[in-house]
Each structure stands twice: as structure tokens, then as C-alpha cells.
Ligand binder design. Structure first.
Ligand SMILES: CC(C)(COP(=O)(O)OP(=O)(O)OC[C@H]1O[C@@H](n2cnc3c(N)ncnc32)[C@H](O)[C@@H]1OP(=O)(O)O)[C@@H](O)C(=O)NCCC(=O)NCCS
Length: 182
């Protein structure tokens, strides 16, 4: 699978990650997650959960001129495509990379027979509004049991969902309005 899209003149290609992408993805994750780590970090329970999921996680990468500039992970759970670990290189933000990754997840979800994308985000990051712009609706909010912070005594975990009806192709116009809290 691969999809190509020109966003403000930037050629974004989304494809499944290859084993040889590992070092680039590690570097990208360090850069992209630095923004979040100023607000929170996953606690031991979250890291244990992620280890348990490792075998069923799939990964997409978004590239521009051959450079990996964004990534996201997903797995199927009944009718849901669960989304985690969305991150875009700081130098490539606000160019539609996340939107393109989400559009690709929509297609994968449809191919896999899922009806919704679903994700968790931490309210204090400010990402609820961003995911709303990507078509996600808030399902629930509760005290976050999986994150810790040097700055907040309490964090709020927000579960959000995007229906998969009416998704546009990622290589044409992006969907009108997508998840992960690692
Ligand atoms: C969140 C993140 C993935 C967004 O990636 P991006 O490629 O810059 O996002 P896009 O350019 O596709 O923007 C998608 C929408 O969100 C909006 N948006 C993006 N960044 C935003 C910000 N900082 N504040 C408000 N809105 C924002 C865009 O305007 C766009 O909506 P629009 O098309 O209606 O204008 C990126 O900022 C990032 O990696 N942040 C650190 C890691 C993180 O927070 N990951 C999410 C974990 S839950």
C-alpha cells in the first residue's frame, strides 16, 4: 500500500513501514514525542500495555522527498481500528502530514472491515481540538491512569472516535475532518 498527495507543494507519500526504517523511525519518534514529553510521559502500566500489544501493532510512515517525516501505529480490535503514536517531525508540522496519515488509516480501516478509528489523547496536550479538526469526536474523559507529569498533579485521558463513512482517498482531497497517547 502506498498513497501520494501534494499538500501545499509538499509531496507526501504514505506507506507501511519497512524493517529498514527502524533507525529513522526511532529518531523521528525522539523528535516528535519531545513536544509531548514536556507535558506527560507514559507510566509503567502504559509501557507494560504497549509491550503486550507489540506483536499486533502495524505502522505507517509518511515521507517527503524520501525522508520519513511522520508515523503512526494501528491495530484492529473488532470493529475498531485503534490508533497510537501519531507523530510528525517538528520541521514538517502544519503541512497536512497527520491528516494524510489519518486518511490512509481510514482506507485501511475500511479494507479491514472496521467502522471507526479510535484513539486516546491527553487533554492537557491541547490535542483534542486538533483531532476534532481531523474528524474525531469525544467519547469520554476520565482521570488518566497511564500517564505521569512533572507539571500536572492530574492528567485527563480523552477517548476520541472517527466514523469511517465518507472517507476520501488520501491521494485526492483530504477528509473533512482522526488518535494515540504514547
Ligand atoms: C499532533 C501532530 C501529529 C500534528 O501533525 P501535523 O502534520 O502538523 O498536522 P496537520 O498539518 O495534518 O494538521 C491537521 C489539522 O490539525 C490542525 N493543527 C495542527 N497542529 C495544530 C496545533 N498545534 N494547534 C492547533 N491546530 C493544529 C491543523 O490546522 C489541521 O487542521 P485544518 O486542516 O483544519 O487546518 C504533530 O503536531 C506532532 O507530532 N505533535 C507531537 C506529538 C503528538 O502530539 N502526537 C499526538 C499524540 S495523541
Amino acid at each position: 500500500m502506498g498513497s501520494e498527495h501534494y499538500e501545499n507543494g509538499m509531496n507526501i507519500v504514505v506507506r507501511p513501514a519497512d524493517p529498514e526504517d527502524a533507525a529513522s523511525i526511532k529518531a523521528l519518534n525522539a523528535l516528535s514525542m519531545a513536544t509531548l514529553r514536556k507535558i506527560y510521559r507514559p507510566n509503567k502500566a502504559a509501557l507494560d500495555n504497549k509491550s503486550l500489544l507489540a506483536a499486533c501493532l502495524n505502522r505507517l510512515v509518511a515521507t517527503s522527498e524520501g525522508q520519513i517525516v511522520g508515523t503512526v501505529q494501528w491495530y484492529k480490535e473488532d470493529e475498531l481500528l485503534r490508533v497510537m503514536g501519531l507523530g510528525v517531525h517538528p520541521d514538517f508540522r502544519r503541512w497536512g502530514v497527520a491528516r494524510e496519515l489519518v486518511a490512509s488509516l481510514c482506507l485501511i480501516g475500511q479494507e479491514q472491515g472496521a467502522t471507526r478509528l479510535r484513539l486516546y489523547t491527553v487533554k492537557e496536550t491541547g490535542n483534542v481540538g486538533l483531532f476534532a479538526r481531523l474528524g474525531f469526536l469525544v467519547l469520554s474523559e476520565r482521570e488518566d491512569q497511564f500517564s505521569e507529569s512533572d507539571h500536572y498533579s492530574m492528567l485527563t485521558e480523552v477517548e476520541m472516535e472517527r466514523p469511517l463513512t465518507g472517507c476520501a482517498s488520501p491521494s485526492s482531497s483530504p477528509p473533512a475532518s482522526t488518535l494515540g497517547n504514547f
